[in-house]
Write a protein that binds this ligand. Structure first.
Ligand code: GLA
Length: 504
């Protein structure tokens, strides 16, 4: 009897042993492409505790705080790229030779999916697949500017409105609309295709388009014939964020392909690069593409997208970036736009001609904010000397959206040749005043982030003016007459509204 109990106990103990390499694969279709996505968990147990590695096609994380309690397990994953130290919690259940794992998500609308892992081997160390290994980078050396993007890039990008539904026809129509709406003449020249244009590589490793883009060179020719430029999207990892093929280990080849097509702008999105690089390799991974683009001899604006990780502003220019995203993705809501936009204060030190902070693309006209909020979006992005990449459907925008996007006096603040990024000068509850030095004069913006109309005041002497200088209201398109003994400017600002002044 005792022997039997012992035997049963040891069977349970063996069954509950997590140590080893486990996997889960699923084949799915995303747009025109099919993918098999594999998730690997490598667990290393010590008694009832465990650590390990979590790897997907797009990510590699450390497993920490692992605990086994009977057949129940809990653990967290942690990304080496996230300096906030944020943990993602998981729970699971061991059932013989399978483990069922799910993310612990409290406020999720839909419960997160359950992944059923099967044991692949007893190996407790993660080995990167051979085909993903890469040679170490040479020691990092900063490179000089490519001389492009002397003012923040202006144009349009497909992602915010179209996401995966962008195709050749829509891009041509957007290019047409860019001209007929006056956007081009207001300065918007880049027509940027974001993720989901990519097909497979051919036998020589050349990256092809998928069926949505039958002939990228012909498309580039069309866009160029309109006096516009064409942008494209890839990333330093094996896969893009939407799961399409990216440029890992094909950097020079892809740069040559794009140059041959006539591409003028590249957004290079980190995404799956976390699965193949470590944090001390990020700068070199970006610089590799910067050098590959330069080697083509074609002027191509280089846009870094890695969500502001690892203090990118301090090195984005030195890897050859003309702009770099400073945050996660914007969405078409006041709270997202305002959190991102007002959160840029303090980053002004690293921005300037040729190298810009990028608080993400515009949502103006996408329908999730009021026109007043969209005007504030435009005021704020212009004060930030941010890239102005419209993200709406230019073919069907309202006259108000068009007027917001093409306000030339506001655009001139964004595009001012001095290239200074604005910053906050006063903060009073939900009221903020920002200032942006200009080549000639200064821009002041008054923002009301609150829910009620408020009178806001600029006392000229606080900014070194003896009396009211020459002031122009750039949304009203009017010079502002001196008031109150030339001492101050005072005006009501609508809830979520803004006023933009040029002062000389
Ligand atoms: C990331 C980027 C977005 C967009 C998508 C495309 O989320 O931050 O701007 O490019 O990928 O998949």
């Amino acid at each position: 009897m005792r022997a039997l109990t012992f035997l049963l106990l040891s069977i349970t103990a063996v069954a509950a042993d997590l140590s080893g390499t486990w996997q889960f694969s699923v084949t799915s279709t995303s747009g025109p492409n099919r993918f098999t996505r594999t998730t690997t968990y490598v667990f290393k147990t010590t008694g009832a505790a465990f650590t390990g590695t979590y790897v997907t096609d797009t990510d590699r994380r450390e497993i920490v705080n692992g605990k086994i309690d009977g057949n129940q397990i809990t653990f967290d994953t942690k990304s080496e790229f996230d300096d906030t130290g944020r943990l993602t919690p998981y729970k699971g259940e061991i059932d013989g030779d399978t483990v069922k794992i799910t993310r612990v998500q409290t406020n999720a609308k839909n419960p997160p999916p359950v992944t059923t892992l099967t044991r692949l081997s007893a190996d407790t160390a993660y080995h990167m697949p051979r085909e993903l290994e890469h040679k170490p980078f040479p020691p990092f050396k900063p490179i000089a500017s490519n001389g492009l993007a002397k003012t923040p890039p202006m144009g349009w990008n497909s992602w915010n409105k179209f996401a995966g539904r962008i195709d050749d026809k829509a891009v041509r129509e957007i290019a047409d609309a860019m001209v007929s709406s006056g956007m081009r003449d207001a300065g918007y020249v880049y027509v940027n295709i974001d993720d989901t244009w990519e097909g497979e590589r051919d036998a020589q490793g050349n990256l092809r388009t998928n069926s949505k883009f039958p002939d990228m060179k012909a498309l580039a020719d069309y866009v160029h014939s309109k006096g516009l430029k064409l942008g494209i999207y890839s990333g330093p990892g094996p896969r893009t964020c939407a799961g399409y093929i990216a440029s890992y280990q094909h950097e020079e080849q892809d740069a040559r392909t794009w140059a041959a097509w006539g591409i003028d702008y590249l957004k290079y999105d980190w995404c799956s690069a976390s699965a193949v690089y470590h944090r001390d390799e990020m700068q070199s991974a970006y610089q590799k593409m910067a050098l590959a683009l330069r080697a083509t001899g074609r002027p191509i604006v280089f846009s870094l997208c890695q969500y502001g990780w690892l203090d990118v502003g301090s090195w984005g220019a030195s890897v050859g970036g003309n702009l770099w995203r400073t945050t996660g993705d914007i969405s078409d809501r006041w709270d997202s736009m305002s959190r991102i936009g007002f959160g840029q204060n303090g980053r002004e030190k690293v921005a300037g001609p040729g190298h810009w902070n990028d608080p993400d693309m515009l949502e103006i006209g996408n329908g999730g904010m009021t026109d007043m909020e969209y005007r504030t979006h435009m005021t704020l992005w212009s004060m930030l000397a941010a890239p102005l990449l419209a993200g709406n459907d230019l073919r069907s925008m309202t006259p108000t959206t068009q007027a917001i996007l093409t306000n030339k006096e506001v655009i001139a603040i964004d595009q001012d040749p001095l290239g200074a990024q604005g910053f906050r000068v006063t903060l009073d509850g939900e009221l903020e005043i920002w200032k942006k030095p200009l080549e000639h004069g200064t821009a002041f913006a008054l923002f009301n982030r609150g829910e009620t109309q408020v009178k806001m005041v600029i006392r000229w002497k606080d900014y070194g003016y003896a009396a009211q200088p020459k002031v122009r209201d750039l949304w009203a398109h009017k010079d502002v007459p001196p008031a109150n003994d030339f001492k101050e400017y005072a005006e009501f600002v609508a809830p979520h509204g803004s006023i933009l002044l040029r002062v000389e």
